[in-house]
Design a protein around this ligand. Structure first.
Ligand code: SF4
Length: 427
């Protein structure tokens, strides 16, 4: 099977080594803060850094960030994260970013127009040696796809294969692909389907960028990434990984490194609770996602002492929830935040968690922005979405039910919304 290697800056993806990457959560227009965070990430061992690039002003700021980093000897490849505007993608690809991340379906509602815009972008990438990632997320497939296949792993795979054919037809191979979801079962199945489809239809494997999106924070965020990414790495699927946490992105790097290390040594002896969680997800995630037995007891050690029965039970609960086998607490879907976030998402997520944890099985999304948040919170029952400075919109499923409310009232109104629905259901 022919394996394609994608080259961004001086980093090769798909050459057999797993590349660890992350994304800044600074405002890209704040050049000093972004440069500082890129340096922190690079020092922590991050091998590729993405920055939100929503407009042409951000492209210019990106250029300055890159200039300053290079002048200080930081050579980590930089990726421009572009969502909707193909002009921005073209500008970033023209010698400014090492790599550009897009979802071509967002370039236009008209599929033919979106295809044409992708072809233009491929040409600019070729001219400047710029790499590309085509990334489709569960929950943002668009009606053309969901009306035929639904919002399913099959739909995700078929949608990305359409864009991949355009790349191959245009002899463009400097490419990685991603199909992220916050639901680990959906995410793993989508990547498995794509891995097979590339072999069956094209006879070649493009490098895959793995990630569980909107995984949240703390133990559960780490466990979801370990289950989703670990299940694929274990099968030899995946070339670059990002562990998304709603925390300082620097915290993502050691977790990603632990996951890569599990590929060589999958014992249950860990140096810390964090590593034990990662090892648990890697070891048991795939079997649980496939419906395998869940009547095991976690063994092993943390920092040289045996895991206590209480720890083992607590971590197993987190594992079963991340593997979508048993829900003992509310389920949180939280974006990692980025330059589009207009509030302190880490403290808001902690506040929402404290107020709602008792609603076992209820899926609550906390999203940084109204641009991508509603589309990406996929199968959440309720959503807390940043609308603007100090303003929040609450969602029930995909429907905004309380718009533009003051942020200081949002958590209590979210709780009232859930309680009211529970009362109606109980009647
Ligand atoms: S939902 Fe918005 S704020 Fe959150 S990571 Fe995505 S683009 Fe950034």
């Amino acid at each position: 099977m022919k394996k394609i290697v994608c080259k961004a800056g001086d980093v090769c993806i798909g050459d057999g080594k797993i590349t660890v990457q992350s994304m800044c959560n600074t405002d890209t227009l704040d050049v000093a803060a972004s440069v500082a965070q890129c340096k922190e990430l690079a020092d922590a061992g991050c091998e590729m850094i993405r920055l939100t690039t929503q407009g042409l002003r951000q492209v210019r700021a990106f250029e300055e960030i890159r200039r300053q980093l290079r002048s200080e000897g930081v050579s980590t490849p930089l990726v421009a994260d572009v969502h909707f505007n193909s002009e921005v993608a073209l500008a970033a690809a023209a010698g400014i970013a090492d790599k550009v991340r897009i979802n071509p379906g967002n370039f236009s509602k008209d599929h033919g127009v979106a295809m044409a815009k992708l072809r233009d972008l491929l040409q600019v990438c070729k001219d400047h040696g710029t790499a590309l990632r085509i990334g489709l997320n569960h929950g943002s497939l668009g009606e053309r796809i969901t009306s035929v296949w639904g919002d399913t792993p099959v739909g995700m795979c078929n949608a990305i294969m359409e864009w991949l054919r355009v790349c191959v037809d245009n002899d463009f191979y400097n490419l990685t692909l991603s199909l992220k979801a916050s639901n680990t079962k959906v995410m793993v199945e989508a990547y498995e389907l794509l891995y097979q489809a590339m072999q069956d239809e094209l006879g070649m494997l493009f490098p895959l960028h793995l990630g569980v999106t909107e995984a949240g924070n703390g133990d559960s965020g780490r466990m979801k990434s370990a289950v989703g990414i670990g299940s694929l790495l274990k099968q030899g699927i995946g070339d670059t990984i990002r562990v998304s946490l709603t925390e300082n992105p620097v915290n993502e790097i050691p977790v990603a490194r632990m996951l890569v290390h599990c590929m060589e040594d999958d014992s249950m002896d860990a140096a810390s609770r964090e590593e034990y969680i990662v090892r648990t997800g890697y070891r048991y995630g795939k079997g649980l996602l496939e419906g395998g037995p869940d009547d095991f007891t976690l063994q092993g050690s943390i920092a040289g002492r045996p895991v206590t029965p209480e720890e083992a039970e607590d971590i197993k609960d987190i594992l079963l929830q991340a593997s979508r086998r048993r829900f003992t607490k509310a389920e949180y879907i939280a974006c990692p935040s980025c330059g589009r976030t207009l509030y302190d998402i880490e403290s808001v997520l902690a506040e929402v968690r404290k107020a709602t944890e008792r609603f076992a099985g209820v899926r609550i999304a906390v999203m940084g922005c109204i641009v991508n948040g509603p589309g990406e919170m996929a199968d959440a029952d309720y959503g807390y979405v940043g609308q603007g400075v100090g303003k929040v919109t609450l969602y029930k499923g995909r429907t905004p039910v309380e718009k533009d409310i003051p942020q200081n009232e949002a958590v209590s109104r979210l709780v009232a919304l859930i309680e009211n629905d529970k009362l109606i259901r109980a009647c």
